[in-house]
Each structure stands twice: as structure tokens, then as C-alpha cells.
Design a protein around this ligand. Structure first.
Ligand SMILES: [Zn+2]
Length: 250
């Protein structure tokens, strides 16, 4: 349910985005009433969480099961040297910073490996979920859950200087499996520079803001591909696959 009032502090804090046509106080109340799940607190999840917290999304469910190591720090900007030394979990590290950033929103850290069994419990209350993962197997699980539960979600994947993303609105747009029926070969380690994860993570947060407020147009039925090295960007129209094993249940 959308909150019917913003506090004086919220009105001041978010005044510059309330000025945006299509957001206004109503859009801000929608943000304050929304719950966004961020699956993965790494390179994509870090910037996504920062901007969702800054935008005043009322509740953030932060999910990861790992602790940061030194080789994560070039891109996973929520985690700092002290977090590596202390060995605390990524979700605790992110939750602490997000709370310091914005004490007016609720942060729910969930230090769990998401499985078919617990995914409903982890993301049940989310209105929108961001795929901030680096592996296709949990992505497919998230895709199936979101299509089944009719929850919009935003997919992004990055490598090196390039990335891709799409927004899935179950029942209206193609799902991840429509586009990628088989997972790409899994690499134990892939190259990545922080700026790429930063750009795509922030774009995922922008999609969430649009899905919640209804402002603008999301990347639904479109795959955005971007190459930061040569600044080649393209948005390709995509459509549902008749043979999709996930969409056939809709
Ligand atoms: Zn599908």
C-alpha cells in the first residue's frame, strides 16, 4: 500500500527528485512504500544499493552469502579494506553503509545462499528484484521465481568493459530464458573493471525507480548492450520465445 504522507525531512531530502515531472510527491510516496530485493552485493549490487538507498526506496532486501576479499575491491564499492580484514559478510558490510547513508529507510540484510526452497521466503515481500549476480544458474532460478510470482525484475550482466541488461515484466515481456535458453559457458574467473559494474548497477537502480513510480519507459522487451571501451551502445528489440520453458506457465 502506498503511504499517504511524506515527513518534512523526506520532503526536504528528496526535494530535487520530487521536482522531476512524473515523480512528484506521489512518486516519492511510492518509492517510500516500495520494497526492492537486490540479489548479490558485489560489483552490480553495490552501486544499485547505494542509489536505491539515496533515492529513498522504503525497504531494501540485500542478499548475498559471501564475505569480501581483496580481489573484490576494484568493483564492489560497498566493501572496503576494513571489511576484508574483519571478515564480516557482504550483506552486513552493505547494510551498515546503507544505514549510515539513509537512516529513514529499512535495510534487511539476508546472509543466505538463495535456493529453490528459500527464495520465496527471501524475496516474498519484494515488489521489484534486481539480478546483481555473476552466474547464470541462480539467475535462472530468480527468473523462474519472478515469472511464477509475477514480480518484475531487472537483469544485468557485465564482463570486462561491456555489459547487457533487460527488464522483465512477467506476462508482458520476454523473460531471461526466452532470450538465453541455455547458459553461457561458466568461467571460474572473468575480467572486470569497476566502472562497468558501476554503470550497469546504477542503470538497474534507475529501472527499479521507473518500475515503482511509473515514470518514463523501462527496458522491457529490449536488451541494452553497452561497450564502455568504445562507447558503443544499442538497445535491441526482443520478443517472447514460443518454446520458452518458463513463459509457457503464464
Ligand atoms: Zn520466457
Amino acid at each position: 500500500m502506498t503511504r499517504d504522507k511524506l515527513t518534512p525531512s523526506e520532503l526536504e531530502r528528496y526535494s530535487r527528485q520530487i521536482m522531476i515531472e512524473g515523480i512528484g510527491e506521489e512518486g516519492q510516496r511510492k518509492l517510500a512504500s516500495a520494497t526492492v530485493g537486490v540479489m548479490g552485493q558485489g560489483g552490480l549490487g553495490s552501486p544499485a544499493t547505494v542509489y536505491l538507498a539515496a533515492a529513498g526506496v522504503g525497504k531494501l532486501i540485500l542478499v548475498d552469502y559471501q564475505s569480501p576479499d581483496l580481489s573484490n575491491l576494484n568493483r564492489q564499492i560497498m566493501h572496503w579494506e576494513n571489511d576484508v580484514r574483519s571478515g564480516r559478510s557482504k550483506v552486513d558490510s552493505s547494510a551498515w553503509k546503507a544505514r549510515e547513508m539513509n537512516s529513514e529507510i529499512e535495510i534487511l540484510p539476508r546472509n543466505v545462499k538463495v535456493t529453490e526452497e528459500n527464495i520465496g521466503e527471501v524475496f516474498g515481500e519484494a515488489d521489484v528484484i534486481l539480478d546483481c549476480l555473476d552466474d547464470f544458474s541462480p539467475r535462472y532460478m530468480l527468473n523462474e521465481f519472478c515469472v511464477r510470482e509475477k514480480k518484475p525484475f531487472v537483469h544485468a550482466a557485465v564482463e570486462g568493459f561491456h555489459g547487457q541488461m533487460m527488464t522483465v515484466v512477467p506476462g508482458q515481456t520476454p523473460c531471461l530464458r526466452c532470450l538465453f535458453p541455455e547458459p553461457p559457458p561458466k568461467k571460474p574467473k572473468f575480467p572486470i573493471i569497476g566502472v562497468t559494474a558501476g554503470v550497469f548497477g546504477v542503470l538497474e537502480a534507475a529501472e527499479a525507480v521507473k518500475l515503482i513510480t511509473g515514470v518514463g519507459k523501462t527496458l522491457s522487451s529490449k536488451l541494452l548492450i553497452g561497450d564502455l571501451l568504445y562507447q558503443h551502445w544499442d538497445a535491441i528489440e526482443i520478443c517472447r520465445a514460443d518454446a520458452c520453458t518458463v513463459c509457457k506457465h503464464l
